[in-house]
Write a protein that binds this ligand. Structure first.
Ligand SMILES: Nc1ncnc2c1ncn2[C@@H]1O[C@H](COP(=O)(O)OP(=O)(O)OP(=O)(O)O)[C@@H](O)[C@H]1O
Ligand SMILES: [Mg+2]
Length: 260
């Protein structure tokens, strides 16, 4: 019998901030190519869970595996090089750089091959090739005409798109998006959602989002966090009918009925 290796797996993952247990014994498994949504009330531990997966924090208990390899204490930049790529809840780009340089910088930073770094700075052909790749990522997000602007001049929505372009240009094997629609207009949500729908076929994908309606068509499975624990998971329709989920997510009254 062959068992499919999970792309990412946590065993009893825990982070305890001096008594505040933000992630509490989470067992999470994701198959390659899966698309998962993580939902839960404010303070449930969703971002902290991403921080553990990406190495921003190391767990105080439990283990994290990537393609079967124990990465519990592997630092963030090495995880990015392995293909674990994220975006942040608060948009995170360099305002003082031209837009395209945000992409060039991040793709270069994860490249540990010094020859290739040298080639980037001193070799025109290499730099040109890199710039073209970065322009493709900007094109995908529909902001290629803003490539030479200073990033500080971009609207908030365009900064979100730039952050996503940076993430895509890092060749993710698993992409973790922390509330990518936060602060976007309805039209921008629609645009970004369509792009995610298209590109997510190329990798495994986890998205944190408060508004379930925004992700229901993007994911195959929903995981619900509450007070640091993973309290439910499964196909969206099933999870949304779970009485405990309805109670913690929408309040006691809603826990009683389900019309999904
Ligand atoms: N670095 C930290 N130090 C101390 N406590 C933290 C730290 N990071 C998060 N927390 C706490 O851990 C809990 C979970 O926070 P987290 O940001 O993971 O929740 P969340 O589900 O992402 O919430 P939201 O939906 O509001 O983004 C919160 O009580 C938060 O205050
Ligand atoms: Mg959060």
């Amino acid at each position: 019998m062959t068992t499919e290796q999970p792309i990412i797996e946590t065993k009893e993952a825990t982070i305890d901030f001096n008594g505040l247990v933000a992630v509490d014994g989470v067992n999470f498994t994701m198959k390659e190519g899966e698309a998962i949504g993580v939902i839960g009330p404010n303070g449930a531990g969703k971002t902290s869970f991403f921080n553990l997966l990406t190495g921003l924090f190391f767990p105080t208990g439990g283990k994290i595996f990537f393609s079967g390899k124990d990465i519990t204490t592997v630092p963030p930049h090495k995880r990015v090089a392995m293909g674990i790529v994220r975006t942040f809840q608060l948009v995170s780009v360099f305002d003082s750089l031209p837009v395209v340089d945000n992409l060039i910088l991040s793709t270069n930073r994860i490249n540990s091959d010094h020859e290739s770094r040298g080639a980037f700075f001193f070799g025109d052909a290499h730099r040109q090739n890199k710039v073209e790749q970065c322009m493709d990522a900007l094109k995908l997000m529909g902001i290629e005409n803003k490539a030479q602007l200073m990033t500080s001049e971009l609207s908030y929505g365009d900064k979100r798109k730039l952050e996503l372009a940076v993430a895509l240009s890092l060749n993710p094997k698993i992409l973790l998006l922390d509330e990518p629609f936060a602060g976007l207009s309805d039209m921008e949500i629609c645009e970004v959602s369509q792009i995610i729908q298209e590109v997510k076929k190329k990798f495994s994908f986890v998205i944190i989002e408060h508004k379930i309606s925004h992700i229901i068509d993007l994911v195959q499975r929903l995981c619900v966090m509450h007070e640091g624990k993973l309290i439910a998971e499964g196909p969206p329709a099933e999870v949304l009918c779970n009485a405990i989920v309805r109670e913690v997510y929408w309040g006691k009254e809603e826990g009683l009925t389900c019309s999904v």
